[in-house]
Design a protein around this ligand. Structure first.
Ligand SMILES: [Zn+2]
Length: 380
C-alpha cells in the first residue's frame, strides 16, 4: 500500500484517487512475484471471484501474465501471476540551463534508455520545437513501441504552480511566468510538468517501502529539495516547501540568484565549485583528484558550508537526508570527510547515520518526471 500512497497526495488536486482492491492487488504483485489467486485472496482478504475478475482485467490490459504453475496437492495445478513491467513505458525529460536529459522507464521504475544532450535553454518557441525534435530522435533511437508510451513528464528547475499551470519562477533558467502550455505545444503525448527537486525526491522514495520520512536535498546549479512525511510529499501552503537553497546560513553573506544574501545556494551550488575555471562539475572533480591545491581548498570550504546546511535540516526534520542532484555521484567518494564534519557539529551526539546518497544520481529528476504517468496509470 505504501508504494502509491505518496502519489495520492501528490495528485490530490488533479485526480480523484481511490483506494481500490485493484491497487491492492497490484501492490501485492509488486512484492510477491508468481502469486496464485489463492495467495492474493488470502493475503488481502478478498473473495476468489473478486480476485479472478480483477486479474482477468489486468491480463486484458497486458499488465499481468500467467507465469507458470505450482505443484498441486491434488486437482488442478494453481496458476501463478506476474506483473509485466514492460507492458507500459513512460518518458521523462529534465530541462536544465545547458542540457536536456531523457529517460524511458518501465512500470517497475527501471531505466531502459537514457540520453543527455547539450541544448542551451531559451525561453522561446524555437527551443520547445527543438526539444520535441530531440525527443523524437531519442524515441527513434530507443526503438520504443509508441503504443506502450503513457506520456511525457518534464522536470524544470523552478516553481511550478499546478493551479494556474505556470512556471512561476526559475532563477537558473532566467524565466518568470512561463505558461506550461508553451512547453507542451509540440509534444504529441500527454504531458505533465513539475519541479525537478520534488520529482527527484519522488523517484528516490517511490520504491523504498521502509522509508516513510525523508528529506531530499538536491544540489545542482540551483539548490532545492523535497520533504517527504509518511510517504507523502509535503508541498506547503504555496508549493514552496523544501526550498532549502534559500535558507540563510550567513547573515549578509554572498549574493544569491534569488536576490537575497547569504543563502545556502550561494555557498553550496555546484557553480561555487565550477566557476570560473571549469565547464562542468566533472572538470572540477578531475582537478580535485590530481591534488590541485586551489580545488582542495575550495572543496574544504564547500563541505564546511554544506555540513552546516545539512545539520540545520537534520535538526528541523530529525529524518533521513538523501543527497541528490549532479553532486551526488561525486560526493560519495568524500562521504567520510562530510560525515566527520557533521559529527563535529551534531548537537545531539551520535554518528550521522541519517545521511544517504541518491540511487539515481543526476537521472533522478527525469525518472521522477516519467514516474508521474506510471503512477497515474497504476492508480487508474
Ligand atoms: Zn537565495
Amino acid at each position: 500500500m505504501q508504494r502509491f500512497s505518496m502519489k495520492r497526495v501528490y495528485f490530490l488536486n488533479n485526480l480523484q484517487v481511490r483506494d481500490t482492491n485493484r491497487n491492492r492487488i497490484l501492490n501485492f504483485l509488486y512484492s510477491n512475484d508468481r502469486a496464485t489467486k489463492q495467495n492474493i485472496a488470502e493475503a488481502l482478504r478478498l473473495s476468489m471471484p473478486t480476485v479472478s475478475l480483477i486479474l482477468k482485467d489486468f491480463e486484458k490490459r497486458g499488465l499481468v501474465t500467467k507465469s507458470g504453475t505450482l505443484k498441486s496437492s491434488g486437482g488442478r495445478k494453481p496458476m501463478t501471476n506476474s506483473l509485466d513491467y514492460g507492458a507500459r513505458l513512460s518518458c521523462g525529460i529534465e530541462i536544465t540551463q545547458k542540457h536536456l536529459r531523457f529517460v524511458i522507464i518501465d512500470l517497475g521504475e527501471n531505466v531502459l534508455y537514457y540520453k543527455r544532450t547539450r541544448q542551451f535553454f531559451r525561453s522561446e518557441d524555437t527551443y520547445f520545437q527543438t526539444l520535441a525534435d530531440n525527443l523524437t530522435e531519442f524515441l527513434n533511437e530507443s526503438h520504443v513501441d509508441p503504443n506502450k508510451l503513457l506520456g511525457i513528464g518534464i522536470a524544470v528547475p523552478g516553481l511550478v504552480n499546478p493551479a494556474s499551470d505556470i512556471l512561476e519562477y526559475s532563477p537558473t533558467l532566467h524565466v518568470k511566468n512561463l505558461p506550461i502550455d508553451s512547453m507542451k505545444k509540440y509534444l504529441p503525448y500527454p504531458v505533465q510538468v513539475d519541479n525537478e527537486a520534488n520529482l527527484a525526491g519522488f523517484a528516490e522514495i517511490w520504491k523504498m517501502d521502509e522509508t516513510k520520512n525523508a528529506v531530499y536535498l538536491s544540489i545542482n546549479k540551483g539548490v532545492g529539495g523535497a520533504i517527504i512525511t509518511n510517504n507523502q510529499l509535503y508541498s506547503g501552503a504555496n508549493g514552496h516547501s523544501g526550498e532549502f537553497g534559500h535558507m540563510t546560513i550567513v547573515r549578509d553573506g554572498l549574493p544569491c540568484s534569488c536576490g537575497k544574501k547569504g543563502c545556502f545556494e550561494a555557498y553550496c551550488s555546484t557553480k561555487v565549485l565550477t566557476e570560473p575555471n571549469f565547464d562542468d562539475i566533472e572538470g572540477f572533480f578531475d582537478a580535485l583528484e590530481t591534488e590541485n591545491q586551489h580545488c582542495r581548498q575550495k572543496w574544504e570550504t564547500y563541505l564546511d558550508y554544506l555540513s552546516t546546511g545539512i545539520n540545520n535540516i537534520r535538526i528541523i526534520f530529525d529524518s533521513d537526508i538523501i543527497i541528490g542532484g549532479e553532486i551526488s555521484q561525486y560526493i560519495q567518494k568524500y562521504s567520510d570527510v562530510l560525515v566527520n564534519k557533521l559529527r563535529l557539529i551534531n548537537s545531539f551526539g551520535g554518528a550521522p547515520d541519517y545521511l544517504h546518497f541518491s540511487r539515481f544520481n543526476d537521472k533522478a529528476s527525469a525518472i521522477g518526471a516519467a514516474l508521474l504517468h506510471i503512477n497515474s496509470f497504476l492508480n487508474s
